[in-house]
Design a protein around this ligand. Structure first.
Ligand SMILES: NC(=O)c1ccc[n+]([C@@H]2O[C@H](COP(=O)([O-])OP(=O)(O)OC[C@H]3O[C@@H](n4cnc5c(N)ncnc54)[C@H](O)[C@@H]3O)[C@@H](O)[C@H]2O)c1
Length: 330
């Protein structure tokens, strides 16, 4: 199998790449290495892949890579992914997530790729106060990030419907696990707690999200790649929903740190109180089920961060700057 992976040095993409390379697949990775990308994630398999430090917006370079490697499948992870940041700096989200996706879809069509996995997000459904959303429910994105992912999702579906590009859409819930950047809740809480710093929580922390462990997410992506039906959209969720404040409290307990480190800050505009999805379709059609319960996944993730704290601290300068912009008391 010859696969081309965009965003393969990021949190989720790199886990896919590590597994694909270990299966003996020919893997080509394209990553611009923004603040979110890191080649350390690919170190164990670096000699088993072709890596390009390239922007998906660079049409010419991208075409050369497609020409050279002739991928059978494309897995599209590359994106600007920080939802909170998208509220204050939206344009780069539109460029990478929408325009970048169009360029990639065009190349996939031109080079007759046999499968295109478009990785999108449950943020597209917007706030869901009660119940859970199925794949055909209306989309109601509330952040610039969610708007950009909804556009990429819709564009992908157009390329299937009108141009017969064999494309599958995966709408992922909140993924957590090893190697996640400390701009996300769990590693940020560990990092700040280790430094005995206040841990910012928006509003009262009663925002509810659905949490899926990285390994389970990657198994879902492989299932879609190997068994998924072109044109289909699959939600990928765990059904395990927790409030932000519950998770932070649990991490502090695991680290034996005081709960008083929690600091409630002004909420961000448009913050969805709750998002929840129904994942029965992928379970029934692709025989996928999550294996890791949140309780054990959280323990493993906290432990991984403790054992890899040098990596966790590495980009602190970047994140400190970001946190100063995002979390305010007024
Ligand atoms: N992490 C989650 O909880 C979650 C949930 C739902 C959906 N998703 C989606 O999954 C995908 C991967 O998410 P992640 O958490 O691994 O993100 P990440 O931020 O860790 O990684 C994104 C990667 O894309 C690269 N990238 C960014 N702009 C690029 C460009 N213009 N050209 C080439 N590469 C570029 C970055 O360098 C980085 O390596 C994204 O599409 C995201 O929207 C993630």
């Amino acid at each position: 199998m010859k696969v081309l992976v965009t965003g393969g040095a990021g949190f989720i993409g790199s886990d896919f790449v590590r597994l694909a390379a270990r299966k003996g697949w020919k893997v080509t990775v394209i990553d611009k290495l923004t603040y979110a990308g890191d080649l350390e994630r690919l170190k164990p398999i670096e000699d088993r892949l072709s890596f390009y430090n390239t922007d998906i917006l660079d049409k010419e370079e991208m075409k050369k890579i497609f020409k050279k490697h002739k991928p059978e499948a494309v897995l599209h992870f590359a994106a600007e992914t920080n939802i909170d940041k998208s509220v204050i700096e939206p344009s780069v989200f539109m460029e990478t997530n929408i325009i970048g996706t169009i360029y990639l879809l065009e190349l996939a069509k031109e080079f007759e790729v046999k499968k295109f996995i478009n990785i999108t997000s449950y943020e597209e459904y917007g706030e869901i106060i009660e119940g859970e959303r199925e794949e055909d429910c209306p989309l109601n994105p509330r952040s610039p990030y969610a708007v950009s992912k909804t556009s990429a999702d819709m564009l992908g579906q157009v390329y299937w419907r009108s141009l017969k590009l064999p494309l599958i859409t995966l709408r992922l819930c909140s993924i957590y696990g090893p190697w996640q950047n400390p701009e996300r809740l769990i590693p940020m809480t560990v990092l700040k707690a280790l430094r005995n710093e206040p841990i910012p929580i928006y509003g009262t922390g009663d925002v509810t999200r659905e949490w899926l462990y990285l390994c389970d997410c990657i198994r879902a992506i492989f299932a879609a790649l190997e068994e998924g039906k072109p044109g289909e959209v699959y939600n990928v969720g765990s059904g395990e929903r927790y409030q932000v404040v519950e998770i932070v409290r649990e991490i502090l307990k695991l680290l034996d740190k005081p709960q008083s480190l929690i600091k409630f800050v002004s909420d961000r505009p448009g913050h969805e109180k709750r998002i929840a999805i129904c994942s029965e379709k992928i379970k029934n059609k692709l025989k996928w089920i999550p294996h890791t319960k949140f309780e054990s996944g959280l323990k493993m993730t906290v432990e991984w961060n403790l054992n890899n704290r040098t990596w966790l601290f590495k980009k602190l300068f970047y994140y400190e700057d970001l946190w100063n912009k995002l979390y305010r008391e007024d």
